[in-house]
Design a protein around this ligand. Structure first.
Ligand code: ZN
Ligand code: ZN
Length: 618
């Protein structure tokens, strides 16, 4: 839950798709396996096979153009390519200057024009939905460059570390080969930061603070560990020397950039002329339309979230009444239903793993979840793609409790990892507070969300879908929505035997996604203050202070992304209801799930259209 899926990558124009918020992205962090010839054939072969029965001339030309656009895109945005597991351009680093933005604009306008030739009615369902994603992406790119312009005000767009970390930590080729690529890319770092300084003016405060932190962190990638690796490598003496010089130049460039950011921060703090980090109604609705793609405004979703919050409070109050006597004996419950819920949640949180057994408990649960899904006929799981549970590797730590590290579209054969935060080394008080938050009930929900049948299962299906476009330009609301939907679906199917404790904790967790939506909209559009935000989270969503403060920070750094969980979830629930009505007795939950996932990471309304057109064909 606590991760960002940066598939659409709003930052590509300024920085080549670096992480913008404090959470690692899902599919973008790929592990091992090279860009094999296999995936290249899969790519073109698979597309032809879905064009049924015989691809028309139009359709063939459409796929050719789409492939050509992707190739061009990788040349233009090599960092984004790397995060998709496409390493052929990894020796390049885009320099975020005027020329680069002009090229990006030419790219977007040119392809928008080229794709306008295709009549979507003449394409099959798969191509038609690809076309919708492509057009939305190209329009978003133009909007980013000409209206949103985060390259001018968001210093956190500028951070080279992500791409370099992937080259270093992903075994897509032998180390010496990767080091040569790394060295070549390193040459451009000084020019990169010089362009960043020239482009930035009028930055927003939270983004400025984040950029300082992130670039401080970036220095560690170019530190002594790297120098040691280079010294011990098979590179020639001359190569090693130039590598060393480039490391030093990169370090200096990052240092200079940090100094520049600090100076800017100090002077803006004095003058009070920071740009407002709140983007306001107009930009918010535009960004919402491009990023969320559920055919609804941000305002409408916000209204839905307000209603859903009240509904969940009622459900929780009922459960609190049911559980109260068992946990509090004869003590009188408080009158305020929110207080009562909060007291019960506190009691339930005392059920938790030990510090030592935390990871083993997670590991034990994965096969149990898989068995439940299979026994209850909810979905077919692929036994050939096991999930490897591991302690989060050091360079990825500090973001989330648990996250999925899945292979991207170019390295489908690679392992999928379930990263679990190491807590053995926490002091006892910190560990206790952590373990209460991630208690026995909540960990089950989190494992459903992250692993089975949530993110991990969805990504296995997505990697089988024939569309490279849907993998690359995937819709975050669909991806997060599925994970949130899967929590509810498992509980409805009887996972946990309808135990009220589990449902209670589920509602708390679900309330978080609802409140994320309320927060995001209220902060960005309605000027909600920090204190109001903290009150909302702590009093109405039962969150701990530390968590609420972290969320406030995240909500000041990103816009719209926090709504993707609730938006996607609501859209999927609505689609399921619609299909139940349309199919009546013939509705089958397993078939619905498998069909839904088979289209890849497409926006829910696009999936709906594909499902309906298949129904009509039958
Ligand atoms: Zn998630
Ligand atoms: Zn305890």
């Amino acid at each position: 839950m606590k991760h960002l899926v940066a598939v659409l990558c709003t930052a590509i124009l300024a920085s080549g798709c670096e992480q913008k918020t404090d959470t690692p992205s899902n599919q973008t962090l790929t592990t091992s396996s090279a860009v094999s010839e296999k995936s290249a054939t899969e790519k073109s072969g698979a597309k032809d096979s879905v064009a049924q029965p015989q691809p028309s001339v139009d359709q063939k030309a459409f796929y050719q153009l789409s492939d050509q656009m992707i190739e061009r895109m990788w040349q233009l945005f090599p960092t984004w390519a790397i995060s998709n597991g496409y390493y052929a351009v990894a020796d390049k680093l885009e320099i975020p200057n005027v020329d680069f933005r002009r090229k990006a604009l030419v790219f977007a306008r040119g392809y928008l024009n080229d794709f306008a030739k295709y009549d979507s009615q003449k394409l099959d369902a798969n191509a038609r939905s690809d076309l919708a994603l492509i057009q939305s992406f190209l329009n978003k790119t133009i909007w980013d460059l000409t209206e949103f312009k985060s390259h001018e005000w968001n210093p956190a767009d500028y951070n080279v570390s992500h791409g370099f970390a992937l080259i270093l930590n992903t075994e897509y080729a032998p180390l010496d080969v990767r080091l040569r690529t790394f060295s070549e890319r390193l040459k451009s770092v000084p020019a990169y930061y010089a362009a960043a300084q020239q482009t930035l003016h009028n930055p927003a405060s939270p983004q400025l603070v984040l950029a300082i932190q992130q670039n401080e962190g970036a220095k560690s990638i170019f530190g002594d560990d790297l120098k040691k690796k280079v010294a011990e490598s098979g590179l020639t003496q001359a190569e090693k020397e130039s590598f060393d010089q480039r490391i030093n130049a990169a370090q200096t460039a990052i240092e200079d950039f940090i100094t520049y950011l600090q100076t800017t921060h100090a002077s803006l703090e004095q003058s009070g002329d920071f740009r407002n980090f709140r983007i306001g109604n107009k930009l918010y609705e535009q960004k919402f339309k491009y990023d969320i793609q559920i055919g609804m405004t941000g305002e409408a979703l916000y209204q839905l979230a307000l209603k859903e919050k009240d509904r969940l409070h009622k459900k929780m109050a009922e459960l609190a009444d049911e559980l109260w006597p068992e946990y509090f004996n004869n003590e009188q419950p408080p009158n305020d239903p929110l207080d009562k819920i909060s007291r019960v949640l506190e009691k339930l949180s005392l059920q938790h793993a030990t510090k030592e057994a935390f990871k083993a408990d997670v590991e034990k649960q994965i096969p149990e979840l898989a068995a439940f899904v299979t026994e209850h006929d909810l979905l077919t799981l692929d036994p050939e793609k096991p999930l490897v549970v591991r302690t989060t590797p050091p360079y990825m730590r500090g973001f989330s409790v648990a996250s999925i590290n899945a292979p991207g579209p170019y390295d489908k054969g690679a392992n999928t990892y379930y990263n679990v935060m190491p807590i053995e080394n926490m002091d006892d008080a910190a560990a206790e507070s952590f373990l209460r938050e991630y208690n026995t009930y909540l960990m089950q929900i989190l494992n459903i969300h992250e692993a089975i049948p949530g993110h991990y299962t969805q990504l296995v299906y997505a990697n089988k879908s024939p569309s490279l476009i849907k993998n690359i330009l995937g819709n975050g609301a669909m991806i997060e929505g599925w994970a949130v939907y899967s929590e509810r679906m498992m509980l409805e199917a009887g996972y946990g035997d309808f135990k009220p404790e589990l449902w209670m904790m589920y509602y708390k967790w679900n309330l978080r996604t609802v409140v994320n939506t309320i927060l995001d909209y209220s902060i960005q559009v309605k000027d909600m203050s920090e204190q109001e935000a903290l009150d909302l989270m702590m009093k109405q969503a039962f969150q701990q202070r530390a968590e609420a403060m972290g969320k406030w920070r995240r909500a000041t750094l990103s816009q719209v992304q926090l709504t993707s969980y609730f938006a996607g979830y609501m859209a999927i629930m609505k689609l399921r209801d619609e299909m139940k009505v349309r199919l009546g007795d013939k509705f089958n939950l397993k078939q619905f799930h498998e069909k839904f996932l088979s289209y890849g990471n497409a926006p829910v309304p696009v999936i709906r259209e594909l499902m309906l057109s298949e129904l009509k064909e039958k």
